[in-house]
Design a protein around this ligand. Sequence first.
Ligand code: SF4
Ligand code: SF4
Length: 223
Amino acid sequence: MIITRQKPLDEVLRYIRKAEKVFLVGCGECSTTCKTGGEKEVFAMKAALEKNGITITGWIMPSAPCVAAQIKTEFAKHIKEVKEADSILILACGLGAQSVRENDRFGKIVHIACDTLFMGEIDKEGVFKERCSACGECVLELTGGICPVTLCAKGLLNGPCGGVDKGKCETDNERDCAWVLIYNELKKRDSLDRLRQIRPPKDHSKTNKPRQLDLTASSLSVK
Ligand code: SF4
Ligand code: SF4
């Protein structure tokens, strides 16, 4: 899931001119779960903008605005309201926002209502945890299912570093050392031998951006 947080209303209002007509786009998946772009938040944004003299021409709630086909279909259904607007305000992640820009054939100004924070697990309602940084070369098999790229402050592949203190990280004594967690996890599963395998440096070419995966051509490329 992509974790987002709404920008302060003041900031959003700074993006929009007083007499501007705005069309709103929410997100029925991640942003609904994060309470940043679900129906409730879209209506709240509509009310807040109208209170500030901004006209809302309409709104849509695609289940996932990051899917081109969905945004195209929704825009087609609301073509009059989109056409009438000067701009589109997106209550979704950066993927949704860019998909909206790429699939809006009228070339409207795009405003962003949310900050995109990270890919996260849902721990419990309203609590999200970053656990993977999409490094393109997963090492979880060797680390007991705990990601050192994300959980170790230095992203070490062969830890721990010399700074570990009573199981805590030298950068923050409230934070567990990822490599102590990995050690304990492997020990629990009688798999400590995995720590004997030296993990080679990461192939950072796999994180060259922007990446594109094309299943039809079975190719991962930078485009
Ligand atoms: S090693 Fe960590 S960052 Fe890389 S793919 Fe696996 S979980 Fe994600
Ligand atoms: S103390 Fe542990 S988590 Fe912190 S930087 Fe060193 S190895 Fe990484």
